[in-house]
Design a protein around this ligand. Sequence first.
Ligand code: F3S
Length: 398
Amino acid sequence: MYLSKEEEALLNGERGEAKAKALKALIEIGEALGAERLVNVEWVHISGISYKNIGDSGLKFIKELVEYGAFFSVRTTLNPAGMDLNRWQEMGIPEAFAYKQLEVTRALISMGAEPTFSCVPYLLGSVKEGSQVAWGESNAVLYANSVLGALTNREASVLTLLEAITGKAPLIGLRLREFRKPTVLVEFDSRVLREVSKGNYPYSLLGYCLGKVVERGVPYLRGFKIPKRELKNFLAGLGASSSIGLIIIEGLSPDAKYLGSEDLRGLDKVSLSSGEVEECKEEFYNALSEVDAVVLGCPHLSEEELREILEVLKYAKRRPSDRLILFTSKPIGRNLKRKLESLRGVGAELYFDTCMVVCPLRYMNIRSVATDSAKAAYYLSSQGVKVLLLPRRRLLGI
Ligand code: F3S
């Protein structure tokens, strides 16, 4: 691999042993993936920090980095952890789990990470079009590439640790313009679009269904209008069912301006019918008359969504005994502090720092849920939780 003078100096230990070791590992991974050089990244987002997912071996690895004196050299944010870091006792999380989780988060913060614990980093700061970032959460990667026009691959969480320490990433895949060209042309049929705009399907289901059918590459989506606030839900569904890291939405994605008519000529065409969307919906159909909880916030709820939910809950026809759990992050909830306190009055629970997928729901006595997130539905089903996927307005009783 070609190395700049600065990278050679790093590798020779001029900026400490930890950086040298991290760079060495990054070069080895980059070479295995076929990268010819590295590129500087401006912002790293680390996923995979829940103790539920990484266990003792992940904790050990992170602690070893701290012992080596590793420190993050660029802006580094964190994905949700396995519990609300302040209110874990209310969640019913046992001490044994909580202390391990706190070890993970403290170690990451001691290396310079911002304690965001959010999977929507794009709502926490701005990213310039064309900038190289290294994000390791599929919905965030899709948003960065497809909506903001930033450049990132779907980074594995170990890789993001090395990237945060060195401020560099292998220059491959979606970091290069030639790999950001569309590979397939996609259209939803008009019935699907009508149903989703009436609120009869969640946008997350459309994303999920698109990912299931297309699986990989760079889809070019034609004639698709989506409200901006729904983009994250749509993209999270897409990321859950595919390895796609970039989708070009006509009239919306910055990458569209780099395309000529020849880039769209001769592409395979996929048309998604209501039959296909219904089939995807069936995957999450359970004949449940009751669920232990309605869970919202995958991806984490935005401030706008929280305001709306609060408003709706004032007149929604919900039984106060029905459990409603909302997930978001502290940076997003910050401006709504007073309002959020009123949630308990309407029978809702709100947790920061975590989500329904990466926290151990069993400690909350939850074995069945209803949600509007196809991503949550997919992962929770695979964890043995019974899931009902419904549009949000139905879940809130409006
Ligand atoms: Fe975020 Fe958890 Fe969903 S990390 S995208 S809320 S699975």
